[in-house]
Design a protein around this ligand. Structure first.
Ligand code: FES
Length: 316
C-alpha cells in the first residue's frame, strides 16, 4: 500500500477529471508499465481500479482519469465529489493486466470514451520506443473526449484518429482498419462493453487470432441472474461445506463463515479473488480469464462466478 496525496485535479472533458497523485513522503513512486492500473481506496471502504495515463517513465506522479458515471456503484461519484487537491488516499502498487506485447511489429490501439486512459499511456510508450502504431479514439462528442489536446500536440499526433458519434463523417470503419490480420500486429481495445464487442467481433470476423487481441474491461457485462440456482462449495483444507443460495456470491457465503477471500473489483474484472477449483465445473462470469483459461475449469472468480455442478471444491 502507498499513501499518496492528490496534487492536482483537472477537468479533462465533460464529466471526466484527471487526478495527479504523488507519494505523501515525496519519494519516487514504484515504476509501472503501459497499461497498468492502481487500486484506489476511497472513503467509505470502496476500492476502485484506475488505469495510469501518464508517461510510464515518470516516477514523481501517477495520473488517473475518472469518468463521472451516473450508473456508478459509488466509486466514480466519490472520486468526483470527495477527492480534491490535498486529499490523502491509499493506493496499491501498479499492476498490469493489459501489457503491451513488445514483440509486435505494429500495434493498433482502440479507445472508447474513458478507455483512453491505458491506451494513452501505451501510445506514449510506443512512441517513445519508436514503435509502429496507430490510435483510434472514439467518443460521443468532442466535449466528452478527454486528453484530446495532449494527443493532438504529441509527437505522434499524425497517428491519432478521432471519431465522434456526433460527427458522422469521422465514424470509425473498424472493418477497414482491421481488414488485414497479421500474427505480428497486435490489437488493444479498452472502453464501454458495446464498443469493445464491436471492435473484437470485427477483428475475429476478419480472421484475427486470439493471441493478437488484447482487451481491458472497465465494467462487467450485465448478466441475467433470474435463473440462478443454489449450489455448495467445499473448503478443501477443512472439509467444510457451505450452501450458496441464488442471491449470494461465493465470497459473501465464505465471508459469513469467517473465510476471507481478497477482493477488489467485485465484478470479475481484476482477478484479485481468483481461486483454484479442485472439483466441479464453475459457471464463469468474469472478464478476467481468457476463453482458454475458463475452459480448463481449474480456477474461477468467486466474487461473481457460480457453479454448473452441485458442488465446487475450492483449493482454500
Ligand atoms: Fe475482481 Fe473478483 S474481485 S475479479
Amino acid at each position: 500500500m502507498i499513501d499518496v496525496v492528490v496534487v492536482s485535479r483537472n477537468d479533462e472533458a465533460q464529466d471526466i477529471c484527471s487526478y495527479e497523485l504523488a507519494n505523501a513522503d515525496d519519494s519516487p513512486l514504484p515504476a509501472f508499465s503501459a497499461g497498468a492500473h492502481i487500486d484506489v481506496h476511497l472513503p467509505g471502504g470502496l476500492i476502485r481500479q484506475y488505469s495510469l495515463c501518464n508517461h510510464p517513465e515518470e516516477r514523481h506522479r501517477y495520473l488517473i482519469g475518472v469518468l463521472k458515471d451516473p450508473t456508478s456503484r459509488g466509486g466514480s461519484l466519490a472520486m468526483h465529489e470527495q477527492i480534491h487537491p490535498g486529499t490523502r488516499l491509499t493506493i496499491s502498487e501498479p499492476r498490469n493486466l493489459f501489457p503491451l506485447a513488445h514483440e509486435a511489429r505494429r500495434s493498433l490501439l482502440f479507445a472508447g470514451g474513458i478507455g483512453i486512459t491505458p491506451i494513452l499511456c501505451m501510445a506514449e510508450r510506443l512512441a517513445h520506443s519508436g514503435a509502429d502504431f496507430e490510435l483510434h479514439y472514439c467518443a460521443r462528442s468532442r466535449e466528452r473526449a478527454a486528453f484530446v489536446q495532449r494527443l493532438c500536440s504529441s509527437s505522434f499526433a499524425d497517428r491519432v484518429f478521432l471519431h465522434f458519434d456526433q460527427e458522422p463523417e469521422t465514424a470509425l470503419d473498424a472493418a477497414k482498419v482491421l481488414a488485414t490480420p497479421r500474427n505480428d500486429v497486435h490489437l488493444y481495445v479498452c472502453g464501454p462493453g458495446g464498443f469493445m464487442q464491436h471492435v473484437l467481433d470485427t477483428a475475429k470476423a476478419a480472421g484475427w487470432q486470439e493471441p493478437c487481441l488484447h482487451r481491458e474491461y472497465f465494467a462487467a457485462v450485465p448478466v441475467d441472474t433470474r435463473a440462478d440456482g443454489s449450489f455448495s462449495v467445499k473448503v478443501a483444507s477443512s472439509g467444510q461445506v457451505f450452501a450458496v443460495p441464488a442471491d449470494k456470491s461465493v465470497v459473501q457465503v465464505l465471508e459469513s463463515h469467517g473465510i476471507d477471500i481478497a477482493m477488489s473489483c467485485e465484478q470479475g474484472i481484476c482477478g484479485t479473488c481468483l481461486t483454484r477449483v479442485l472439483e466441479g465445473v464453475p459457471e464463469h462470469r468474469d472478464l478476467f480469464l481468457t476463453e482458454d483459461e475458463q475452459a480448463r475449469n481449474d480456477q474461477f472468480t468467486p466474487c461473481c462466478s457460480r457453479s454448473k455442478t452441485p458442488l465446487l471444491v475450492l483449493d482454500i
